[in-house]
Design a protein around this ligand. Structure first.
Ligand code: ADP
Ligand code: ASP
Ligand code: MG
Length: 440
């Protein structure tokens, strides 16, 4: 069986919802994972923020406006009177619940319950729409099987067991629809897989059922060779290895949640990225096949903090780096990039939750300098560090303001650290030179 995930834009307009119906209605049994309609999760987060800031009137105003949007969508999509009424009743119950949340004290559990409603709404509506179109479908409640453990990792054995229970309970159907993003935590409270997490839901289910393939349907023809939000003349890449895709997702290619390929790579389950608005386009196939050497794609990750740790006695002092790493380990903060010199080590982190405590500890052994608002630009490809064209990178570095460089850590990745204000310019220059739009 295949798992097909459709993102926010794919379920965000009547036209796209109809495209989704045509894509999935091919006579094959499948699991369909849906995100919330585009914009909904952002609005739910904003509503939770209003509650947190004790602004109940603003929250209610947002809830009412969002409810109106859903009412209009239902009236256009569900022309069958009974189904129209049933869906409106369900949607009203969700919005009434949201209004009751505005009277409550803010907590993370409350916020998680609020943001979970987006996927519950989209899947309920879509299931009834398929019923109207005489397509056999059933809902699998994600909260009955999707679970994370105390380290926020998917609890695979629980998921396998309970997914089976859910699919058996749903009975025979052509299409099984479930919610992306939402899950239970180790205490059985409603939680989620972080923003963009529906991709992760799809590959977790793919691994649990040993799917033939996982497809991620979105609003673009697959993974492009640079970030199309900032760079002109980007192109789709037809094939990526799991390693390459994992690096790009981790280092900021928004098309994939950072953990997307983790569950499926061990079982070699291919992941195909496709465009709901242009299903004929090839898209990107992520598999264990590695092809063409050299730099294939560039991605960038923001909100990076650079920490320079200076000690006059660094080299003579055996165990200095060990002490440094232990501090990061104590505060469960992972390091992305690292460079060293005789007197200093510079490294980057993206998680600032324990930054103050980390600095306090580091200051006991060294002098510390912190730079915020940094971005990692990551160049990814098969054997990039060995490829004959990689020399071009060093020729263009004179035009790009680089703060740190990491080369050789893995064969598939070269990382550059730049000030975030220089990111777009750096991405465009790297694109123009490396992908041969401009000759050196
Ligand atoms: P969905 O709502 O379907 O999950 P996302 O917005 O999460 O969609 O991901 C698709 C978007 O990712 C694209 O519209 C594009 O703007 C952005 N994006 C960033 N980097 C890349 C890249 N390298 N290739 C393709 N899309 C990218
Ligand atoms: N709806 C969630 C979000 O906007 C999950 C997703 O779209 O993948 O982050
Ligand atoms: Mg996404």
């Amino acid at each position: 069986m295949k798992v097909l995930k459709f993102g926010g834009t794919s379920v965000g307009s009547i036209e796209n919802i109809k495209n989704v119906k045509d894509i999935i209605n091919d006579g094959h049994k499948k699991i369909v994972v849906l995100s919330a309609m585009s914009g909904t999760t952002n609005k739910l987060v904003a509503i939770a923020n209003n509650i947190s800031n004790k602004e109940p009137n603003e929250a209610v105003d947002k809830i009412n406006k969002l409810h109106e949007i859903y009412t209009i969508t239902i009236d256009t999509l569900l022309t069958n009177k009974d189904l129209n009424k049933e869906v409106k009743d369900y949607v009203s119950s969700v919005f009434n619940f949201l209004v009751t949340c505005t009277y409550k004290a803010f907590s993370i559990d409350l916020e998680n319950n609020i943001v979970a409603q987006g996927e519950l709404l989209s899947t309920y509506m879509f299931n009834r729409f398929l019923q109207q179109e005489s397509i056999s479908s059933a809902l699998l409640p994600a909260l009955s099987f999707m679970k994370i453990d105390k380290d926020k990792e998917p609890d695979i054995s629980y998921i396998k067991k309970h997914f089976e229970v859910a699919i058996n309970a749903a009975g025979n159907s052509e299409i099984y629809i479930t919610q992306g993003f939402i899950c239970l935590d180790d205490k059985d409270e409603v939680s989620n897989l972080q923003r963009g997490g529906s991709d992760y839901t799809a590959t977790i289910i793919g691994a649990a059922i040993k799917a033939k393939e996982v497809q991620i349907w979105t609003d673009i023809d697959g993974m492009h060779n640079n970030d199309p939000r900032y760079v002109e003349n980007t192109k789709p890449i037809s094939n990526l290895s799991f390693d390459e895709a994992a690096e790009l997702a981790y280092f900021g290619a928004k098309i994939l949640h950072p953990q997307t390929v983790t569950p499926v790579r061990a079982d070699n389950i291919p992941v195909r990225l496709k465009n709901t608005m242009n299903p004929e386009a090839h898209g990107t196939l992520i598999s264990n096949i590695t092809s063409e050497k050299g730099i294939k794609a560039i991605a960038a990750k923001d909100n990076i903090i650079a920490i320079k740790i200076k000690s006059a006695r660094m080299l003579q002092a055996h165990g200095f780096l060990k002490k440094v790493f232990e501090i990061f380990e104590t505060y469960k903060t992972s390091i992305d990039m690292i460079t060293t010199s005789e007197v200093a080590v510079s490294l980057t982190i993206d998680d600032d939750r324990n930054l103050e405590k980390i600095i306090e500890e580091l200051e006991k052994i060294a002098t510390i300098e912190i730079d915020t608002n940094q971005s990692i630009i990551c160049l990814v490809g098969h054997s990039v560090v060995n490829h004959q064209d990689t020399y071009k990178l060093f020729q263009i570095l004179q035009d790009v303001k680089i703060r740190m460089i990491s080369y050789g850590g893995s064969k598939n990745n070269i990382s550059l650290l730049v000030d975030t204000k220089d990111k777009i310019d750096s991405l465009q220059k790297l694109n123009d030179y490396l992908f041969e739009l401009v000759t050196l």
